[in-house]
Design a binder for this molecule. Structure first.
Ligand code: NDP
Length: 450
């Protein structure tokens, strides 16, 4: 039995109740054996057994009072996974589905993603089962304050720097930041994704979506092709999806779909990003509102498509950008995309494709950019925000966007060169996993057993 199989077997026994976490580990382990064979020090130092366990998991009660005066209780968490390369860094997710297993999957992914950026940041993730949907502005503020009332003990500009994720955008980050400042009397870069008025970085809002498009451009260029003039499908209608659509249009591609948890929009004329921003960022409404405002758009509710499926993948396209959530693209979807001639997948969301779908993409030989590489632009720009905060500087949009472009290119280069080194050119899953892993593993060995 190989080293990866041995560790995976133990892990599966211990964490059988955390299936998405096991899936994330499996996806990394399926690439690592050649690197482990090449350097026996990793097994001698028990790196796999150590790297799968978070350094620390913090769990806490979050109690707050709703608008009716009723006490509400949620669960809050921070998984501080690995600090070999720098202070813990990773987003906060507020969604009813949040539990330790989901945060461990996200935190585990984050370790390797952050390593790939080549910036000094460790891996973490956190959040709560609080659902911001349908809550008043004051309820969201009270919840964020209550959440920070405990989290502030565990974070800090050189300790752990959270950011946004699903359900946590600029509004939530601002309330969290205000409460941290109140509790600590310290005005520091403890969170990223802040408003530019108080320490946020220009281009951070756009960075994950833009980065996924930059990564797709590099993959296509590697095959002598381009995204210009191509039809693209995008899932999700939040932060990542909106700016993915915007960048696609800027480079001359045509994004024709977006989706949310209630339905999807298809518009062959192209998504109206200004209207999408108005509906999602300002009105916080569902995509039915978008369809009311854009006559060429066709809305399909989720009730019209098979359970667990997202109909955006049925729309014929040249490139696909999953930007909603984990496991939103399964093997059936992958087969449809491939049959329709899709040449490129660039993942804006974390682990949006099931393992079977990933294997189908790899077997087909099309360009496939796995999440930990393709969506690393968000965390990379968060680190640029940390650098600006630490040096008390503000960089202009073009400076930050230029750095983001170079970082995405270097991630692509690193993943594709590593794939070549291990005899599997074009397998960016293998390239990204090994390149991300080696840096963290080497740092852990150098730092000793601690
Ligand atoms: P948002 O909350 O801004 O948007 C999420 C979008 O996905 C919404 O349209 C939401 O629909 C939809 N969605 C969420 N869960 C589901 C579900 N279970 N089924 C169908 N649709 C769903 O989040 P982000 O755009 O920030 O994040 C999207 C993905 O990108 C996540 O996987 C996140 O981890 C990843 N990511 C985000 C980064 C960032 O910088 N924000 C950085 C790197 C990765 P609805 O509003 O109806 O719930």
């Amino acid at each position: 039995m190989s080293y990866t199989q041995k560790v995976m077997e133990d892990l599966t026994k211990r964490y059988s109740h955390q299936p998405v976490f096991l899936q994330a580990v499996q996806e990394v382990f399926m690439s690592l054996q050649p690197a482990l064979d090449k350097n026996p020090a990793y097994e001698e130092h028990k790196i796999l057994e150590r790297i799968v366990e978070p350094e620390r998991i913090i769990g806490f009660r979050v109690e707050w009072v709703d608008d009716k005066g009723e006490i509400q209780i949620n669960r809050g968490y921070r998984v501080q996974y690995n600090s070999a390369l720098g202070p813990y860094k990773g987003g906060l997710r507020f969604h009813p589905s949040v539990n330790i297993g989901i945060l461990k999957f996200l935190g585990f992914e984050q370790i390797f993603k952050n390593s790939l950026t080549d910036l000094p940041i460790g891996g973490a993730k956190g959040g709560s089962d609080f659902d911001p949907k349908g809550k008043s502005e004051l309820e969201v503020m009270r919840f964020c304050q209550a959440f920070m009332n405990e989290l502030y003990r565990h974070v800090g500009a050189t300790i752990d720097v959270p950011a946004g994720d699903i359900g946590v955008g600029g509004r939530e980050v601002a309330y969290l930041f205000g409460q941290y400042k109140k509790l600590t009397t310290s005005y520091e870069g403890v969170l990223t994704g802040k408003h530019v008025l108080f320490g946020g970085s220009l281009a951070r809002t756009e960075a994950t979506g833009y980065g996924a498009v930059y990564f797709a451009q590099d993959m296509m260029a590697g095959r002598g092709d381009t995204l210009e003039g191509k039809t693209c499908v995008v899932s999700g209608a939040g932060n990542v999806a909106i700016y993915c659509c915007q960048k696609l249009q800027q480079i001359g591609a045509n994004p024709v779909t977006v989706s949310d948890s209630r339905g999807m929009i298809h518009d062959p004329e192209g998504i109206r990003v200004d209207i999408l921003k108005q509906v999602k960022e300002v009105e916080r409404a569902s995509l039915t509102r978008y369809a009311e405002l854009v006559p060429t758009a066709r809305y399909t509710p989720v009730s019209d498509y098979p359970a667990g499926r997202n109909a955006v993948w049925n729309v014929p396209c040249d490139a696909a950008f999953p930007c909603a959530t984990q496991n939103e693209l399964n093997i059936e979807d992958a087969k449809i995309l491939l049959a329709n001639g899709c040449k490129c997948i660039s993942e804006g969301a974390n682990m949006p494709s099931t393992l079977e779908a990933v294997n189908a993409f790899l077997a087909s030989g099309i360009c496939y950019g796995p999440a930990k590489a393709a969506n690393a632009g968000g965390v990379a720009t968060s680190q640029l925000e940390m650098a600006q905060n630490a040096s008390m500087q503000d960089w202009d949009f073009a400076t930050v966007d230029g750095k983001l472009r170079r970082i995405m290119h270097s991630i692509y280069f690193n993943a594709s060169e590593t794939a070549k080194e291990f005899g599997q050119p074009n397998n960016l899953v293998l390239g990204a996993n090994i390149a991300g892993f080696r840096k963290v593993a080497d740092a852990m060995i150098a730092q000793g057993v601690c």
